[in-house]
Design a protein around this ligand. Structure first.
Ligand code: IMP
Length: 429
């Protein structure tokens, strides 16, 4: 099958952008199917750094098509800013190579305000959202009071729908949170601007996808966030509001589940998490600081420092099973270089009992103590390695144990941020 889905197996920021970028060279179409501009991919292409939040990173390759499917929530201001940024740097972005679904829900200004106000009100109990309005936009979608990009085609209709939503939102904004209400006229004016600029790109991405399948195109589905942040399967409530697992391609893009194809799971060689929530292998010590500095673990979207810790095979295995992953892409192996020994959590101790799963009960998850296996460390600069034999023995041993614990082989090993700083072990397309 010609389709590949890329998913994150930890808490996000596994380096998906770079692997998507590599696979795009052979793919015909790259599709985003969930999440929004809470995602952030940093890509280094020909020495140029690009930070993308919404537009699929495949757009950096001439001749490829990029779709933002209906399962994504889109902040039109952010999308336009990103499109302008790309076009100013010479990236071709035309209605022929880039389409956004008419079914995609719009992140409205009040969604952002509500996201931030709610987080502020939760105080110590905050989730640590990106503050981009993702949760409130998905809430409105489920509550059937959301606005969709296709609604922009008729500004009167858009205005009427916005008025319905505002009747509730302004109540919350001013009554509960003490903020200024949103003015309908301002929203309508903004919608006019969005309509003028975005209409050529808004279309039926499902039909575009079906045509691509009929042509036999090679399709790449670019997951955002990661399985441990999944609304249904992650550490609720410290999750995002979409489903970042592979099955979400079926719903978010409109693809029959049996056509999903190859699932490539990204595993960073250690763990990171942004925002609150249980993190059994977290290292709040010199090691954590070292991983953060060496791995440049600061959010692409918010700039927040990421929490860092040892690799957690319990978490990764859980994600791989949920997604039916066939291969691993192990990233940032180079960051571990120079450590005398390395640890991988293989199980947890929960109230004295050995378990091999992440408990659904968030309080139980917080009490889990990792059981580690210790492996020898390795030294040296890995960035020149292009085959496994180029790696020091300790790095190979670590990789071998990791894939043994996961039960699937690596297809890629990333040894530096650049596209070429990669060991490729499997051809997908
Ligand atoms: P939201 O998606 O902005 O609602 O944030 C919910 C949780 O998901 C927070 O813990 C965020 O830090 C986390 N999150 C959202 N997007 C990403 C991402 O792309 N990488 C890592 N964490 C993310």
């Amino acid at each position: 099958m010609n389709n590949v889905v890329i998913i994150g197996s930890q808490w996000g920021d596994e380096g998906k952008g770079k692997i998507v970028d590599i696979l795009t060279e052979k793919a015909d179409m790259v599709v985003r199917f969930q999440g929004g501009n809470n995602a952030g991919h940093t890509l280094v292409v020909d020495g140029e750094t690009y930070a993308l939040h919404l537009v699929p990173s495949g757009i950096l390759h001439p001749g490829k098509k990029a779709l933002i499917a209906g399962g994504v929530v889109v902040d039109p201001d952010v999308l336009l800013e990103e499109m302008d940024h790309l076009m100013a740097r010479g990236v071709a972005l035309t209605p022929e190579n880039f389409m956004v679904s008419e079914r995609a829900h719009v992140i409205m200004p009040y969604h952002r305000l509500l996201d931030q106000a709610r987080e502020g009100r939760r105080g110590e109990g905050r989730i640590g959202t990106t503050g981009r309005g993702i949760g409130p936009a998905y809430e409105d979608k489920a509550a059937r009071i959301g606005l969709r990009l296709g609604d922009l085609r008729d500004l009167d209709f858009f205005r009427d729908q916005a008025a319905l939503a505002l009747a509730e939102k302004n109540h919350l904004l001013s009554g509960l949170y003490g903020l200024q209400p949103c003015a309908l006229d301002d929203l309508a004016a903004r919608a006019g601007l969005w309509q003028r600029r975005l209409t050529p790109y808004i279309g039926d991405t499902w039909r575009a996808l079906q045509s691509a399948l009929v042509r036999g195109d090679k399709l790449l589905f670019e997951g955002a966030q990661a399985v441990q942040l999944d609304l249904d399967h992650g550490s609720y409530p410290f999750v995002t509001s979409s489903n970042p697992l592979s099955g979400a391609v079926a719903v978010g893009a409109g693809l029959a589940p049996k056509l999903i194809g190859n699932v490539l799971a990204l595993v960073k060689a250690y763990s990171t998490r942004v925002g609150a929530g249980p993190f059994p292998t977290e290292q709040e010590n010199d090691l954590g600081l070292r991983l953060r500095e060496k791995g440049a673990e600061f959010g692409t979207t918010t700039g927040r420092p990421r929490r860092c810790g040892w690799l957690d095979a319990v978490v990764v295995r859980h994600s791989l099973t949920l997604c039916g992953a066939d291969h691993l892409a192990v990233t940032k192996l180079d960051v571990l270089s120079g450590l005398p020994e390395l640890k991988i959590a293989t199980h947890y101790l929960l109230d004295g009992e050995k378990i091999d799963f992440f408990p659904a009960d968030i309080r139980a998850a917080g009490r889990c103590r990792p059981v580690y296996e210790t492996l020898p460390g390795f030294e040296g600069d890995l960035s020149g390695a292009r085959k496994l034999a180029d790696l020091p023995a300790g790095a190979r041993g670590y990789l071998d144990r990791l894939s043994e614990l996961c039960g699937i082989p690596p297809a890629f090993v990333s040894v530096g941020p650049g596209r070429e700083e990669t060991i490729s072990l499997h051809d997908f397309f």
